[in-house]
Design a protein around this ligand. Structure first.
Ligand code: F6R
Length: 494
């Protein structure tokens, strides 16, 4: 401002534009270099100058930016799904690098302005995957794609009836030296970690802790070279998850990332990366991203348990058989779509919904509540069912909808007593239970059954009716399902 620039907004982006103008002495490339040398924080910029209309500059720091090489055209985007309609040839820029784009050419430079060679990576996603394909919303399409997406996550890792995770490159000695698993992520990816924690703990015999990435990074964590850090992220670009990984790497943790987007930042900074192969996920609310994360985590649990010799061989074989069945069981669950669509009408006018469950079911309830609130804007809370009487039950009154996830057979009676508690206070209960559980019918107002599967893996099925319920409730209420308000698909800022 002291140099005579007039600001029209209070955005940091505008500061960058003025800075560019300030440094532009007829050479845009130099102006870009000088400008970014003064920037702090994360950004991905596309710069065009009216004096050189045929040229674009692209530069990034800690935010995603991907270049597309076309025939007589060049592109840049923050997400590869935006490119697939135009080109399948991508260049992934690294931090501090910047590119000069003309229709014919893309030249990449390092921070000091020296030309560098970059590899052109083929994009395996196709255009159909990034289009709605007859569905009204991407979210519904992605829910329906889950059997195929989970199959894609599982198949490359099933060999002769055994789970193999080639990405887990720790030697037997290194694996034996691991004394703790820490799972970190944000949002739904974190809930995937919460749900899979039980399988990991049961099969590896190791203590497994889950930590929100935004908390872990500031918690002075007790993490060292004997910790296996599992970082989960669909986009691979979530700022807090990246920061948590860096914090733990600084403490010598071994980092295994579970990521969907190939070439993303998290995939690059982790020591080992397992891709989930879910294909592009366009709807802001994750569905197939979440279930493929669960599939990857369940396989990891079996593989690590087996390699450590802590999981019984027969049990591992049985669980591997269960994993192979998951795509079909997911399809069977999705086939209840019409029932859930009808039920959604009952819940669409609710002011507030409660999701309860214990153990694995609690993790599913957390994800179910998140789905409901983010796309329908209905207040939804999730509680460990046993916690209700410690306070929350005060909120239950005549007609309050409660979604009770009760798929964990061992705890069925315990959750049943919580259902009775809320019913006694007037709640209307929709239960999600495992096929064959007849007792639940007398306790709940409505029941949705998921197919029987090993209890450790029930979250991958239990979440599906809740995804559909959230979808149809949001649709009933005319919400912008694929792009809910206030939310972005990749959260690249803290
Ligand atoms: C919810 C949702 C978010 C993400 C979270 C992490 O439907 O999509 O909660 O799960 O922002 O994103 P990723 O997995 O990209 O790190």
């Amino acid at each position: 401002m002291a140099k005579g620039f007039t600001f029209l907004s209070e955005t940091d982006t505008e500061v960058i534009v003025h800075l560019l103008e300030y440094y532009d002495k007829g050479n845009v490339k130099n102006a870009v270099m000088k400008t970014v040398s003064r920037l702090e924080g994360s950004y991905a910029l596309g710069v065009i100058c009216t004096d050189t209309p045929g040229k674009l500059y692209a530069v990034k720091e800690a935010s995603p930016l991907i270049l597309g090489v076309g025939a007589g055209e060049s592109f840049f985007a923050s997400d590869v799904t935006a490119l697939v309609a135009y080109t399948k040839n991508a260049i992934y820029l690294d931090d501090g690098e910047f590119a000069e784009l003309t229709p014919e050419n893309i030249t990449v430079f390092d921070r000091a302005g020296r030309k560098i060679e970059k590899i052109v990576t083929p994009v395996t996603w196709d255009i159909e995957a990034a289009e709605k394909g007859g569905y009204e919303h991407f979210m519904l399409k992605e829910i329906m794609e889950q059997p195929a997406a989970v199959r894609a996550a599982i198949e490359p890792r099933l060999r002769d009836g055994e789970v193999t995770i080639p990405e887990l490159t720790l030697t037997d000695e290194e694996l034996a030296g691991i004394n703790k698993i820490t799972i970190t992520a944000c949002g739904s990816a974190y809930y995937a970690g919460c749900a899979a924690k039980y399988a990991l703990q049961a099969l590896t015999g190791l203590p497994v802790e889950t930590a929100l990435a935004s908390e872990l990074r500031y918690s002075e964590p007790i993490i060292d070279s004997h910790t296996l850090l599992i970082a989960i992220s669909q986009s691979g670009e979530t700022a807090d998850t990246i920061a948590a990984i860096k914090e733990c790497k600084g403490r010598d943790a071994r980092v295994l990332a579970i990521v969907n987007v190939v070439g993303s930042t998290i995939a690059k900074i982790a020591d080992m990366t397992m891709y989930t192969y879910a294909g592009p996920e366009i709807a802001v609310a994750t569905t197939k991203g979440y279930t493929t994360q669960l599939a990857a985590l369940f396989m990891l649990a079996v593989a690590v348990g087996k390699r450590l010799g802590r999981a019984d061989g027969e049990k591992c074989a049985a669980l591997t058989g269960e994993i192979a069945r998951l795509p079909r069981l997911i399809q069977n669950t999705i086939d209840m779509n019409h029932r859930i669509k009808a039920l959604a009408k009952k819940y669409a006018a609710s002011k507030s919904l409660f999701f309860i469950g214990r153990n694995t079911d609690w993790a599913s309830a957390l994800e179910g509540a998140l789905k409901m609130k983010e796309i329908s804007y209905i207040h939804a809370e999730s509680y460990a069912a046993g916690e209700l009487k410690h306070g929350t039950i005060a909120l239950i009154e005549e007609g309050t909808p409660v979604i009770a996830v009760s798929c964990n057979e061992r705890l069925f009676d315990k959750t049943a007593s919580n259902i009775i508690e809320v019913k006694a206070r007037g709640a209307k209960v929709l239960a999600i239970a495992v096929a064959g559980n007849r007792k639940i019918v007398s306790q709940a107002d409505d029941v949705i059954y998921i197919p029987a599967v090993d209890t450790l893996f029930t979250p991958i099925l239990a979440v599906i009716p809740m995804q559909l319920l959230a979808y149809y409730v949001a649709k009933e209420n005319g919400c912008d399902i694929d792009k809910p308000k206030n939310l972005a698909k990749s959260v690249t800022v803290e």
